[in-house]
Design a protein around this ligand. Structure first.
Ligand code: MRU
Length: 351
């Protein structure tokens, strides 16, 4: 298994609280924030102190454990405790709407609450332990995704990625950037082109930071440039992450991903999704059913606190788009690379 050089652990349970990298101030400042209550966790997810589908899944799980710790102090009967905690868990799952890993991880915690035979103290303990287990599993899963994905990276290849599906979008190692890390470990001539990813610039602020920390040659481009470099033959494949994948393979990821996928198809460049099975939502048939987060106008009107447009201009700011399954060459998971027909290969992966 590939060794992870970068020391980043994006989110970690530290006894009675959750510690996370504050991603809103990267790359200028690298600071950890300690989250001590469930409500603080809800805000940390909503305001994107922690972001990236698998990372907010673990954050949601920690958030439920934090709510449990708080309710433990309220002198409730066991039934009251369980009832209130399940309500808090449902609330936590609404902190962001698109990435299904959040709902998935909260559901895992709800299963612990519902199935536990323990007293209140025991339930709190089990929730903390389950949060830690999800943390550890995430890194293991990403390493598997990375190693499967590395097999499709040609020698000396250049990988284009969009947004940040790296160590900082997960607990560690990353999904799309896990593929990059594993490929680079086998072949140090592999290179990356990173899309800036407006409006929040996760590609510029976060992907370039974590890849250059690992010594991986990385070129930053703005979002409109990808076709230009594809036409010049400078991109060999695209690998991006995912926030939610429907049962037919349609994939929601950061806004702009769909444009990259269309450009890749036109230039005959394979376009891959790298994601854990927890990102696949088999309860929805197609991407049309995915709820797309609407974000604030300021994300578009301002860069680093400075206005960049006429103040009264209309703004629409969807956080994600859905890439139709026809544009996807493969979905790289911890169980291997799923290929079309996705309805069949996704079903098989869950058996
Ligand atoms: O809004 P964000 O920064 O949470 O969006 C992140 C993405 O779209 C990532 O590509 C996706 O979550 C995959 S992370 C492994």
């Amino acid at each position: 298994m590939t060794e992870f050089k970068s020391k980043i652990k994006t989110i970690e349970w530290t006894g009675n609280s959750s510690r996370m990298v504050n991603q809103t101030i990267l790359p200028e400042h690298f600071e950890y924030v300690e989250i001590k209550t469930g409500d603080e966790m809800f805000e940390a997810i909503k305001t994107m102190i922690v972001r990236g589908a698998p990372a907010i899944g673990v954050a949601g799980a920690h958030g439920v454990a934090l709510y449990a710790q708080e309710l433990e102090k309220e002198n409730l009967s066991r039934d009251e405790f369980v009832g209130k905690l399940l309500e808090k868990a449902d609330y936590m799952a609404t902190s962001r709407p698109t990435a299904v890993n959040l709902m998935w991880a909260v559901k895992k915690q709800k299963d612990v609450i519902i199935n536990s035979k323990s007293d209140i103290k025991g339930i709190v303990y089990e929730l903390k332990e389950n949060g830690i287990r999800l943390e550890n599993e995430d890194i293991e899963i990403n390493k598997k995704i990375g190693d499967y994905g590395a097999e499709v990276v040609p020698k000396g290849g250049t990988i284009l990625t969009h947004c940040n599906a790296g160590a900082l979008a997960t607990v560690g190692y990353g999904t799309a950037l896990g593929v990059v890390r594993s490929a680079f470990a086998n072949d140090p001539t592999v290179k990356v082109f990173a899309d800036e990813t407006r409006p929040r610039q996760q590609g510029a602020r976060i992907t370039t930071l974590e890849l250059t920390m690992d010594g991986i040659p990385t070129t930053l481009i703005t979002d409109g440039m990808c076709s230009y470099f594809m036409k010049k033959g400078m991109i060999d494949l695209v690998v991006v992450g995912a926030d939610r994948i429907a049962a037919n393979g349609d994939t929601a990821n950061k806004i702009g991903t769909y444009t990259v996928a269309i450009a890749a198809k036109y230039h005959n460049i394979p376009f891959y999704i790298a994601a854990p099975l927890s990102t696949i939502d088999t309860s929805i048939k197609t991407g049309d059913e995915i709820v797309i987060e609407e974000r604030s106008r300021e994300e578009v009107t301002h860069i680093n606190g400075k206005i960049i447009c006429a103040p009264q201009v209309n703004i629409i700011n969807p956080g994600f788009d859905v890439t139709p399954h026809e544009l996807i060459a493969g979905i790289i998971t911890e169980k291997g690379i799923l290929r079309p027909d996705y309805k069949k290969s996704i079903k098989q992966a869950f058996n």
